[in-house]
Ligand binder design. Structure first.
Ligand SMILES: C[S@@+](CC[C@H](N)C(=O)[O-])C[C@H]1O[C@@H](n2cnc3c(N)ncnc32)[C@H](O)[C@@H]1O
Length: 396
């Protein structure tokens, strides 16, 4: 078994030129199939020790059976050269994406189709389904796949001789969630990670369009790196760093992780408080708190997030507030929060989404708020339904 130090070294190992192998006549998928057989016969690989393997480094309740591949595959094409972004080498990070011009908050930065999507959790070896998918790709698509970076490669193997294991490592380093599935999006996969206030773009899978879209969460200056986030960054620096080291093989030195210790501690406290408040706020759904208290939590989360410079997920937060206000028959508050939700959803997931369309209807027709807020206002300690006056003052 490899030692801890050997594993660490392997995590940063440079990738083999497998793409060249794909093109060269000496490479064949029979060789890959052979590699799978060898791998399957061996019990030394740590990833074969599990019967059910999650392909994302986050826990998932979904199973192989839940996964439905309902969209026929559309061939992947490289995103055409455009002025918005460029993929370049970034010191200490491999490749990354930088803004080719100033980008405004809410702008669509890129769209990318999947090379393939697999179920989130797989029973047995994940190598076989990955290889099966790879064999269905065009040579150009295979090349795009094998050009991606990877970490966490078993130290006792030579990547040049183990393309199947390389494929697994590439998948685990680059795949992103598509609901029940996990997919590879070669252009989007070049986005590096930042925590809390350090990330400036957000991606979203659109199953009906069979593509992932990336929007600017903040204004970005030309030449700045476009950064997404790989994990829930509303947790302390030590935990974030441990997760990123373990699953993505790097020590995070993003703008938030590089803060001096006293500032980092203050940031950690804010992030922990935000998480705590989210948990308290969830009590509204369990009928543990009333609407007034729920909106108080939302305002407090908002205030601390402003201090932290963390603005992600504000679309759903303000949409929740609008929904609570609607349940309390407070038309003004519903409208005010819905307007906020439209603004923030637009920044994160785009104006052309069902969430934004629904909220626009609420804003344009505030009298419909009662039909939208499906919870009976009386159940949550709400006011007189007939007058529509809540007295809750939920809109501030
Ligand atoms: C999805 S890929 C991102 C693109 C990758 N840099 C490349 O060259 O293709 C994930 C890998 O990028 C690197 N990476 C991402 N964010 C990083 C960061 N903030 N600092 C250092 N390396 C980072 C890590 O090696 C990680 O495993």
């Amino acid at each position: 078994m490899p030692s801890q130090a050997e594993r660490k070294r392997a995590r940063t190992r440079t990738k083999p030129n497998v793409a060249r192998k794909v093109k060269s006549s000496s490479f064949s998928w029979e060789a890959v199939a052979f590699a799978i057989l060898i791998a399957a016969a061996s019990s030394t690989y740590y990833y074969f020790n599990y019967s059910k393997i999650s392909l994302l480094p986050v826990s998932s309740e979904s199973t192989e059976q839940d996964f439905k591949e309902d969209v026929p595959r559309t061939p992947w094409e490289p995103t055409p050269d455009n002025s918005i972004f460029n993929v370049v080498d970034i010191p200490g990070k491999g490749k990354g994406v930088i803004a080719g011009r100033d980008i405004k908050q809410g702008e669509l930065v890129l769209r990318d189709r999947p090379l393939f999507i697999l179920p989130r959790a797989i029973n047995g070896s994940p190598i076989e389904p990955i290889i099966e998918k790879l064999t269905q790709l065009t040579p150009e698509e295979q090349e795009a796949f094998f050009e991606l970076s990877f970490v966490n490669f078993p130290t006792h193997l030579n990547p040049e001789e183990h393309p199947a294991e390389v494929a697994l490592a590439i998948f685990q380093t680059n795949a992103v969630s598509t609901g029940d599935g996990v997919g590879i999006f070669p252009t989007m996969a070049r986005l590096n990670h930042g925590c809390s206030s350090a990330f400036n773009v957000v991606y979203m899978w659109r199953p009906e369009e069979n593509q992932i879209v990336v929007h600017a969460l903040k204004d970005v200056k030309q030449g700045e790196e476009l950064i997404t986030t790989y994990t829930n960054t509303r947790r302390p620096r030590d935990q974030r760093r441990a997760f990123l080291q373990d699953h993505y093989g790097f020590h995070c030195t993003c703008a938030v992780c590089s803060l001096p210790d006293d500032l980092s501690k203050a940031s950690d406290e804010r992030l922990s408080k935000i998480s705590y408040l989210y948990e308290k706020f969830a009590g509204w759904g369990r009928q543990e708190i009333d609407g007034t208290q729920a909106i108080e939590y939302i305002r407090e989360i908002w205030r601390i997030e402003n201090e932290e410079g963390y603005t992600s997920e504000r679309g759903s937060l303000s949409a929740d507030a609008a929904w609570i206000a609607a349940a309390h028959s407070d038309a003004n508050a519903t409208q005010a929060w819905a307007e906020k939700a439209i603004h923030w959803f637009t920044a994160e997931i785009g104006a052309d989404t069902p969430q934004v369309v629904t909220l626009e209807v609420i804003v344009d027709h505030p009298q419909r708020h009662r039909a939208w807020g499906t919870r009976d206002a009386m159940d949550v300690g709400g006011p007189d339904q007939a007058s529509g006056e809540s007295g809750f003052n939920l809109s501030k």
